[in-house]
Structure formats: C-alpha cells, structure tokens
Design a protein around this ligand. Sequence first.
Ligand code: G3P
Ligand code: MG
Length: 473
Amino acid sequence: MGASSLRLLTRPGVLSCCSLSTKTSTFATPAILINKRSPSLFRRPPPPLSVVSTRGFKDDALVKPPSQISKRWIRPDASCPSEWEAPSFAFAFDIDGVLLHERSPLPGAAQTLALLDYYHIPFILLTNGGGKFETDRVAELNEKLGASMTTENFCQSHTPFQELLPEYADKTILVTGSDYEKCREIMEGYGFRSVVTPGDIFRAAPEVFPFDTIGEDYGKPLPKPLWAPPKKKDAMTAHEKVLTTEQGGEEEEKKLEDHLKIDAMFVLNDPRDWALDVQVFMDLLQSKQGYVGTYSEENNRGNWQGDGQPKLFFSNSDLIWAAKYHLPRFGQGAFQHALVGIWKEVTEGRAELKRTSFGKPHRETYEYAEEMLVRHRQEWLKEKGYGEGDIKGGLKRVYMVGDNPESDIAGANDYDGKGRYGTEWVSLLVETGVYDATRMNFREGDVRRADVVSGNVAEAVKWALKNEGWRDG
Ligand code: G3P
Ligand code: MG
C-alpha cells in the first residue's frame, strides 16, 4: 500500500497523525489503514493534555531521552515520571519482517523498542522463528536492536514445548530442525532427557537412507539398538552364523522392548535435511508403537496412527516468511505440507495425518505469550518503581504487530478477548514483511484481515499510542 493510498482517519479522541520524527525518514509519511473489526477499539476517550518530562525510572530527576527518541510524547496521565500510571496496554512484536530481515534490523525497529522502554510500556517478542537457545537469541537481538530484553519477554516457536516436559521428559523423543545437534541441545536444555535425531538413526543404520553416505561426525550413538528382522541364514556374516549355531541354529527372537522406541517427534525450526527427515518421520508414523524399523499391521487394517505411534509436534506452520530475498521464502510449514502430502499418498488419502502445531496463529501460543506478558509486565513495572496497586490495574489491551496475516494477524484476531484475562488483542499489520496487498486482500470478517495496516513498526506503534490517547509533542 503506497503513500498515495493512505486513508487517514481522525476521530474524536484520536489526533491526526503526526510523526515520531527521528533520524530516519521512515516515520515521515504517516501510512495507516484502519479496518473497523471491533468497534471497541475506538472506545477510549481523549485524556487530558499534559507535558511529559521524561526519565527511565519513576523519580523526578529530569534526564534527556535516549538519542533515538528526539520527540516527546504527551502522555494522557501525568507530567512527571513519579506520577506516571502503569500503562494498561502492551505490545507483542513479531521479529522477521517487523524488526529484522534475517539478521539486519529494519528501519525504526531499534528506536521503537527504545521508545517503549523509555515510556515504561511493556512488550514481548513473539516469533515463529527458532533453532537457538532463548538466551542466545535474546543476546543477539539486544545486540542488534540496542535493547535490554530478557528471556522473560521473549517467546520463540518452540519455547512452549517446555509445557510437554511432564509427559516426555523421561521418554525418548526425536527432534529435527535446521541443525540436529543444536536442536538436541535446546531440548536437553529444556529438560528432555533422551533426545535422538534422524542423524543418529542414519548413523546407526545407513541403509535407512540409501541415497547418502554417512559423514564421520554425523549423529551420535543411540541409547538402544535399532530393531531389525532376524537375519536369514544366507544373509548372516560368518561371525553371526557362529553365534546363532551356539544359540541352537535360529537367531534368538529379539525382544522389541530392547530396541529404540520413539515416543514423540518434534520439529523445532525449518529442517534442512528434508529427505532424511521425511523418511525417518514416515517410518515412525507407520511403526509399531514407535519402534524404529518396525511396521504396524494396524496400517493394513486402515488403522493409521492407531498403534501407539509417536505423537508429532511442529513448532510453527509458517508456509512463507520474510527473509532478505525480495520474495518470501518457504518456512517450516512447507516441510509440514510435504509430509502431509506424502502421508496422503501412503494412506491413499484414507487418513488425515494427526499432528499438533504450535506457534502463531495457534491459540496455545497466544495463551502462553499472554501469560508471559502479564508476568513480565508485573515484574518489569515493579522494577521501574510502580506500586502493586498501580500495576494491579491489569493489562487491558495488547497490540500484536506482525507482517504475516496467516500467523500474526489471524492469531491475534482469533485470540482477542478469549484469554482468561479477557484482554483485547489488536492486530497491526506492517508492510515490511510477507504481506503484499496485491496478493493478500482479505474480506471483512476474514480472521487474517488486520485491524490496522501500517507502513512499518514505528508507524504501527505510533498509531497504537494515539489510540491510547497519547499525543506526540
Ligand atoms: O522461521 C521463522 C519464520 O517462520 C517467521 O518468524 O518472527 O516472522 O514469526 P517470525
Ligand atoms: Mg514475521
């Protein structure tokens, strides 16, 4: 949506758009399109005008705002910090396509986070990205965006997998993603005690994937051997023949339970080795109770995934995401669809692949993020010197700023008012990522239709502050 198609709405209580003028021009031309999904959005009356002298903490010492923020906002509540009220609104920011393009910060991203920090407005980062420890990713983001986030206000796609620890901490799980070893470390870091990768299985039985040769350092030894059918005499090595003769001629019937059993399978981020992963995942989805190398007779009775096969968890379902390339790139969702497509062939379309997806737009992830935001808001505002009473006012509204209508926007619209706090979620779509108005035009009532479309993250935040009755000085 170019500047020319701007439709600027001034309404009682909301000042006409003005710029958050900073060094970069991004803020110059206001670009906002408002879709009136829920009239409640426009409930807030304009607050009394007051001049703000600003500081990081709630004391009266006057300090110049950080360099990025040259303009002061006129808060609806009070002039000096000690009288500031705890904001009843907060932000949830998507990362790819909103704050970063792969590793490079997007214009205005750092300033926007600095502004919120400065005016004590809580926020979390809510990304479908993953593949790193939360602590490492937060350190990286702080360095890139000059911010001071912690893992208390950072949620990546697989962070909620920790909720599955009670069920799987002592079970054996299979994990995949962009880097097998990193995925193993992350899940072990969460507390899962027996973590296997497709690389480990390939290492133990290269014939599982006859298209590639095994690299020396590929995979790790398995906790248990892989089950394989008893060998026919003519397939035995000389040594095996001796062994079996000693055992009275027949190779001893192997006990299934002495072999590797996978209880659940997790995809942490965008897999790299699709071919091996698809083969190993499909083997296990057709196996007998998750024993690698077995095939369940139940499949022949059409009872697919009906014989204790491992549960399947995806950390997100993004088909596309905004990377550096000028066209959106396939994400983990493409891998999921590929698996679903092959499953359809294998089952001749007679069985839907049972699986659980986390990440945006799924409600579990918004529930998890809202709990994180409520906790972080309380702790963070307390640190800033706000009293219990003030903070207790609670979080009334969350502005979800995202670039992907399928995940960020649909998730926020769907979750709006559905959480246990009844918090309102307002969906703000930016044009710096996968969203393309020429290809994605959602009708009124479509859950992917954003409440507000803005040019970039700074304008989205500006719109939200005005919606909260703030005015920029
Ligand atoms: O793989 C990451 C991608 O799917 C999207 O990440 O930050 O835009 O939710 P994000
Ligand atoms: Mg994104």
